[in-house]
Design a protein around this ligand. Sequence first.
Ligand code: FCA
Length: 337
Amino acid sequence: MKLSSRFLTVFALLSALTAGIMFLASCANKPASNKLKIGFIVKQPEEPWFQYEWKFADLAGEKYGFETVKIGAADGEKVLSAIDNLAASGAKGFIICTPDVRLGPAIVEKAKSAGLKLIAVDDRFIGADKKPMEDVCYLGISARKIGENVEKTLADEMKKRGWAAADTAVCVISFDELDTARERTSGAIDGLLASGFDKKMIFNAPQKTSDIPGAFDAANVLLTQHAKIKNWLVCGMNDNAVLGAIRAMEGRGFTAKNSVGVGINGTEAVAEFEKKDSTGFYGSMLLSAREHGYKTAEMMYNWITTGKEPEKDTRTTGILITRDNFVSVLKEQGLTK
Ligand code: FCA
C-alpha cells in the first residue's frame, strides 16, 4: 500500500472512531425521555388479564403523551422497591394491583413519602383495622353482581341439561383472603341458595394460591372427598380458578357432558374456547380490561395534570362470553390479539 493511501485509511478509521465517540457522548448527555411517567404495578404479570391492563394503559399513554412504566411485583419487597424506582425515575404517580391487599398501609405510606399519587386497581387495600381503605382511590369490579351472574349461567345450564338436583353439586374454588374474590364466590353461592339449591351440595374448595395449580389442587381434594357426584357446576374468583378445577375434573373422567364451569375475566378463557372440542369450561364473565387499564391510567394522568382527584370508588361490570359469541364480543371490546 502506498504511503498516501495508508494515511487515508488511518485517517478514515480515526474519523469513524471520533464520530462514534461523539455519538455515544451525545446519547449519554441526552436527558432520558422527558415525558411524564406513570407506573403500573401488577401482582401477576404472566396472566393475560394484567397484560391487557398494561396494553390499554399504554394506549392511554399514547393518547395523552405519557409513558407507562410497567412493573410486575409478586411480593411486598418487590412492590416497595418498585415504588422507590418509580420515584427515582421521576414518575409522578402509579396504579397498582397489589400482590397482597394487607400491604395497603405500607404502600400508602411509601407513596406519600415518595410524593407519588396512587390508584388501586382490581384488589382493594385492607387497612390495619381489616376494613377496606376507602380513602385510597380504587377501580374494581362489581364483584357480587358478577358472581350472581355466574350463578345464573350455571343454573341455566343445569336446567338445559336436565340434571337432577340429587346428582349435581357445586365446586366453589374460593380465595377468601381477597375481598373481591370472596364477594364474587359468595354472590354465586347466595344466588344458588336463593334459587333453592341444596346447601349440602355446595362445596367449598379453598385455593392456597390464586392460580391454576392452586385451583387444581383445591379441586382434587374435593373430588377425592366426593367421588360419587355425577355432575359438577364450578365457579371461582376468575378464569384460572375455574380452569384449574376443570383440569382436575378431566383427570377423573369428567367432560363437557357432566361438568360446567363459568369463570370471570374472559381473558384466560379465550385459549379454552379456541380448542377444537368443548371442555367443561363453558363460559366466562368478560370484564373490561380496557376500563381497568385505560381508565385508571387516564384518571391518574388527569389527577397529575389538573390536580383534580378521581372518584374514590369506581366499579365495572361483566358480560357472559361462551364458545358461541366470544369472537364477536372480544372484537367489539378491542381484545383480539
Ligand atoms: C383480581 C384477579 C384478576 C382479575 C382482577 C379484576 O385481581 O386476581 O384475575 O379478576 O381481580
